[in-house]
Design a protein around this ligand. Structure first.
Ligand SMILES: NC(=O)c1ccc[n+]([C@@H]2O[C@H](COP(=O)([O-])OP(=O)(O)OC[C@H]3O[C@@H](n4cnc5c(N)ncnc54)[C@H](O)[C@@H]3O)[C@@H](O)[C@H]2O)c1
Length: 451
């Protein structure tokens, strides 16, 4: 299996892929056409953004099985065409999302506290306190557009600041404990700080333009760590001049090259950019939000792990496995609080024929392999604290295949685990909280104990 590396990345990529038996070739200088001439010899490529992977390239790549992009977005690849050729696309947003979250927060704090201005003035011998009086985040509303890997990472960083975090996304139900999903209109009505975390698509190209900006009710701050072309820079400059936009932190620019390797190709700096450069309330960085010492390594590791997964290499304990291997396999039970459990049980027995015992009722069923499985229905007395810390009057119990493995994974994912695992003749139990604080009981059952 031969892999062609088209950009220089962390050495672990080479090392680990070689250990797995892949042949790794590197070519960091050939033109796209030169690479096209030899690409049919390769089953995998690893690329950052050196050139676009278009139809011509994909037609030449007759034996390609995967394209691994050492970064987050896939916009430099003709995704649809690649997928039509059964080429697996691998990206590594898990590797740089923390970096982007921290960078966006850093930009925000720098802007709010006039640190760039204060620092450069002081270095010129100026001691300007009043002119550099800061603004506090406390009590502000941060609006995030695009609530995927990067948007979520930024929202996570905002925990601990007393801010309301709203998100808008074209996907439904992406909001979580760190951001409330709202309509675009609501976000535009309430936002003090807007942070973009969308991919560059037809719909997001030039999204932040004069008309979009005018729909915000309050003057706001803008952060863009997504893609430069999502913002119309001339309109941004106008809004900064009019005071509708209070300041901007831009890690990406409309004028940077597709490879992100340099600013632009023309001879003169675009006028809007020249204006931005003169503004004290504008902070610019050269597409480095996801570019940290740590992310270089993490991006490479994520790529290796995903290639390993693609080729079915060993079950590394740390690797996230498909949950079917040890995750939820069914509903283990439904527990709910009642004023009088005995009375309720009698009522269900009389009217619905449910044969209750001291625990409630056991539903018996068989799984696909024909094993006996059970699900409990159990009324609990209303003063029970078994569902604590949840205050809800019910608790779900989920059947799981390997409680310890699942709990280890959940801990790594930052899920709140409540208490310690307990073991009984009828199985092992562990408890977690979902994002709304509902307590879930995880049960690795021994159904035979009920027979
Ligand atoms: N500056 C950097 O160094 C850096 C690093 C990493 C990622 N990025 C950029 O950040 C952006 C987000 O990356 P990600 O990994 O979080 O992507 P993602 O796919 O995980 O999340 C993007 C989210 O945006 C949503 N979305 C798409 N179109 C939308 C629209 N028109 N309106 C509202 N929501 C929309 C998607 O539904 C998705 O939930 C990309 O542009 C990526 O290239 C920049």
């Amino acid at each position: 299996m031969k892999i062609l590396h088209l950009d220089k990345n962390h050495p672990l990529l080479f090392e680990q892929l070689s250990q797995l038996g892949f042949q790794n070739d590197e070519d960091y200088t050939s033109s796209k056409e030169e690479v096209e001439a030899k690409i049919n010899n390769y089953e995998g490529i690893v690329i950052r953004s050196r050139f676009d992977i278009d139809k011509t390239f994909l037609d030449a790549a007759k034996n390609l099985k995967f394209i691994a992009r050492v970064g987050a977005g896939l916009e430099s690849i003709d995704v649809e065409y690649a997928e039509s050729k059964n080429i697996t696309l691998i990206a590594a947003p898990e590797g740089n999302r923390n970096a982007v979250g921290e960078h966006a927060l850093g930009m925000l704090l720098l802007l709010f506290n006039n640190l760039k201005q204060a620092d450069s003035e002081l270095k010129q011998g100026l001691w300007n306190r009043e002119a550099n009086r800061g603004t506090e985040l406390d009590g502000k509303t941060v609006g995030i557009i695009g609530y995927g890997n990067m948007g979520k990472a930024f929202a996570k960083k905002l925990r601990g600041f007393e801010v309301e975090v709203l998100c808008y996304d074209i996907k439904e139900n992406v909001g979580d404990q760190n951001a409330k999903q709202v309509t675009l209109e609501e976000l535009q009505e309430k936002t003090d700080v807007l942070s973009l975390h969308i991919p560059w698509t037809e719909a997001t190209d030039k999204m932040v333009n004069a008309s979009f900006i005018s729909k915000f009710k309050k003057p706001f701050w803008l952060l863009n760590t997504a893609r430069g072309k999502c913002v119309v820079t001339t309109d941004l400059v106008q809004a900064l001049k009019s005071g509708k936009i209070l300041g901007a932190g831009l890690d990406v620019l409309e004028y940077e090259k597709g490879s992100f390797e340099s600013l632009f190709t023309g001879n003169d700096l675009p006028e809007a950019l020249q204006e931005l450069m003169k503004m004290d309330n504008v902070l610019l960085s050269p597409h480095i939000a996801g570019w940290t010492v740590e992310s270089k390594e993490k991006l490479a590791q994520v790529i290796v792990d995903k290639i390993k997964q693609l080729y079915g290499f060993g079950d590394d304990e740390k690797k996230i496995l498909p949950p079917k291997e040890y995750g939820v396999s069914g509903l283990g039970g439904f527990f709910f609080k009642t004023k009088d459990p005995d009375h309720i049980k009698a009522w269900y027995k009389e009217h619905l024929g449910m044969n209750t015992d001291q625990y409630g009722w056991t539903f018996w069923w068989k799984d696909k392999e024909g094993n006996d499985c059970s699900t409990q229905w159990s009324p609990f007395k209303e003063d029970t604290n078994y569902f604590a810390p949840s205050e809800k009057p019910y608790m779900m119990n989920l059947r799981v295949k390997d409680l310890h493995k699942l709990l280890n994974q959940l801990k790594e994912e930052g899920v709140t685990v409540v208490g310690e695992v307990e073991e009984f003749s009828y199985g092992k139990f562990g408890w977690i909280l979902d994002p709304e604080g509902n307590k879930l009981e995880l049960w690795e059952p021994n159904d035979r104990a009920f027979l």
